[in-house]
Design a protein around this ligand. Sequence first.
Ligand code: ASN
Length: 306
Amino acid sequence: MQEAISHIRSEKRKYILRVQSAALKSIHDYMYENGVVQAMPIILSPETDPLNHPHFDASVEYYGQKLHITKSMILHKQLSLLNDGVDKIYFMSPNVRLEDGKLRESGRHLFEFTQVDIEFKEKTKEDFIKFTDGMIAEVYRRVLKDCPDDLAALDRKLAAPKLPLKVYESADLQRQYGEHFEKVASEAAKDPFWILNYKREFYDREDKKTRGYYHNYDVVWPQGYGEALSGGEREWEHKEILRKMNERNTDMKAFETYLGVSEQGLIPRTVGGGLGIERMVRFLTGQKHIKDVTLFPRVPGERIAF
Ligand code: ASN
């Protein structure tokens, strides 16, 4: 308990929180100015992101219905754009991912975190890249303008990145840097950058002609801070969704409602991504471990005090 109290009372707390507030304000302003509307997040739902990597179940039963704690709002982002009058949306979405305790050492995993989850209708990955470049530039601009004293107190030097941010193909980086290319490229970079094409969840659009090329991406923070955002263009055709769920051994029963919507041909063509807030603040403030930017750390495998 003493440790948790000293963590909250850490001398750097106020500097970190001020940088976080400035960064969040810049994101909300940028969304507002670009006509992206904010909707409120949901925490419990019968269907959530399948998250095709190892994690423990986090669900509750309520009046005979199994409800999952949100791993990401990807499915809800797509459904929210079913409305003809809503084309661009974002959520400040808390996610719970009960991942392996081994990830404790990574310095960038929390089992509870928040992402700015964004989705646009009838737009392409090029549109999303341009929009996100602008958002990241705004975050730097606001933090550099409003928080020079906080950055100095944290001994953090930040310099605005050159736009457009560089874009790389994952295959090229893999050839250059090997298996852990994202990590190595992050360590080598001065500015954030994009990596295209990762084999991921069923909802990220796979090219129909080439099969194996995914129209998705990550944004990576430089100086070894690693992944900032992930997202992509989405599948919208029922048969493609089914094919990819099959390929991943997805329990289709668990996605009954979503599949019911896609069967009616109603899933809109969208593109989007989610930017991790705590990871962004860790980078901006130059903290070694992501837990240092949270008041109440949720480190994989560790006991929670508060
Ligand atoms: N937010 C991510 C996306 O938009 C999904 C995720 O977090 N798994 O693709």
